[in-house]
Design a protein around this ligand. Structure first.
Ligand SMILES: [Cu+2]
Length: 159
């Protein structure tokens, strides 16, 4: 009984204290990663941040996802050194800010699709305050608050 309550409390605390509002972007939404879709238009007006994830959905074997640089993007040429993602449900975590380019290197999909996506990744957002928090202070207060919340929750549930 008690262990179940602790698990529930932990889940609640984890939800409350999730440090950022990371988002998952399904590329192409319900169309997925496919031919005859305007990925530049799809990316327009969206804000991508460090910590967000891109999800490329496609039928296994039909397409792939290759991270390229700006020149390779323009020329639709995938470098031999980069391994394409091929799972059909490829997750890419945006780890650094700046411009990112992705193409499909199957056949001429990049040119004809055009299966190419360029995005600009913005720095990570710390919520709720837009001002950067001193890391140390944040690191000390958050865990103690978390413990207090956890303990009170467990006490409430168990008793
Ligand atoms: Cu393709």
């Amino acid at each position: 009984m008690a262990s179940k309550s602790v698990l529930i409390a932990l889940a609640m605390v984890a939800t409350i204290f999730a440090p950022t509002m990371a988002a998952d972007f399904v590329v192409g939404d319900d169309k997925g990663w496919t031919l005859n879709f305007d990925y530049q238009k799809w990316a327009e007006g969206k804000e991508f941040h460090v910590g967000d994830k891109l999800v490329f959905n496609y039928t296994l074997g039909k397409h792939n996802v290759v991270k390229v640089n700006g020149t390779e993007f323009q020329q639709c040429s995938a470098p031999l050194t980069s391994l394409p993602l091929i799972s059909g449900n490829d997750l890419i975590q945006l780890k650094t800010p700046g411009k990112k380019w992705y193409i499909c290197s199957v056949g001429s999909h990049c040119e004809s699709g055009p299966m190419k996506l360029a995005i600009n990744v913005l720095p990570e957002v710390y919520s709720p305050s837009p001002a950067p928090q001193p890391g140390a202070a944040y690191g000390i207060t958050a865990p103690s608050l978390m413990m207090a919340a956890l303990v009170s929750l467990v006490v409430l549930i168990v008793t």
